[in-house]
Design a binder for this molecule. Structure first.
Ligand code: ZN
Length: 265
């Protein structure tokens, strides 16, 4: 009888120990789950943090480069903005063409980079004074009159292909018209033609000129913004950061300047 009583007590003891152990195990499991969820919460914190960082760096990439609208390299000359500085400080390049002295190094670097890639760039035009532009316009008008046109017709025909004196970007010394030596030799009479776009040098320029601070100033399909037909030979210096931004974002100088204005620059 006494033994049986002890056996029952012993069994109860064993049972309570088992229940206690199970309880501890269950509690531990819960703890683990809590720890795990805490871990995943921490993990998701890290994820959202890195996502935030990624979006911040994307915003930085999209951020406008430093620069003010009054900067010398952002001057706008187009059909509605005449040139203000009609006597820029010029330098004569080895090829005889004149550019604004501040772009001598970028121009020479561009020429050398092309040469290193097997492309011999050939200048067709660079700086042109307002007087030179006037002389070109007058000469074409006179040719048209000699060909039998009335004075009015001669003038309107000339101005359909020429820029009004005072309104050409070439007056700034920041614009260059360039092709390559082979194209220049093979296309003597119709040099500045859209067909130039299909040449290796035009493709090289479109891809590489922005790295040296130059933009394709009159892109195809942007005639409404620039007021000028596609000119695969006309490049304009704006500086490397502006050129890269304008090119990567498929902008014209007009659209870029509008963006700067909106940003309060
Ligand atoms: Zn030009």
């Amino acid at each position: 009888m006494k033994n049986k009583k002890w056996s029952i007590l012993f069994l109860l003891l064993i049972l309570s120990m088992i229940i206690f152990c199970l309880g501890v195990l269950l509690y531990d499991n819960n703890q683990n789950e809590v720890d795990q969820s805490a871990g995943s919460a921490a993990k998701s914190d890290t994820t959202s943090k890195s996502q935030k960082e990624a979006s911040e760096s994307a915003a930085q990439k999209e951020a406008l480069p430093e620069g003010q609208l009054t900067d010398w390299n952002l001057v706008l000359v187009n059909k509605t903005h005449s040139v203000e500085n009609t006597a820029p400080s010029l330098v004569t390049l080895a090829n005889g063409f004149q550019v604004l002295d501040q772009i001598q190094t970028p121009v020479e670097t561009l020429i050398n980079a092309a040469q290193a890639d097997g492309i011999e760039l050939k200048f067709v035009s660079a700086y042109r004074s307002v007087e030179e532009q006037q002389a070109v316009v007058s000469s074409v008008i006179n040719q048209n009159i000699s060909a039998g046109m009335s004075e009015a017709d001669a003038k309107s025909a000339a101005m359909s292909v020429l820029t009004e004196p005072g309104y050409s970007e070439h007056h700034t010394g920041l614009a260059i018209d360039l092709v390559d030596t082979t194209y220049y030799q093979n296309t003597p009479n119709d040099l500045l033609n859209e067909a130039y776009a299909d040449t290796d040098s035009a493709k090289w320029l479109a891809e590489n000129a922005p790295k040296y601070g130059f933009i394709l100033r009159y892109p195809k399909g942007k005639e409404a913004e620039t007021g000028i037909n596609f000119e695969p030979w006309h490049y304009r210096y704006v500086g490397v950061e502006h050129a890269m931004y304008i090119t990567q974002n498929n902008l014209t100088l007009e659209a870029y300047i509008k963006k700067l204005q909106e940003a309060g620059r």
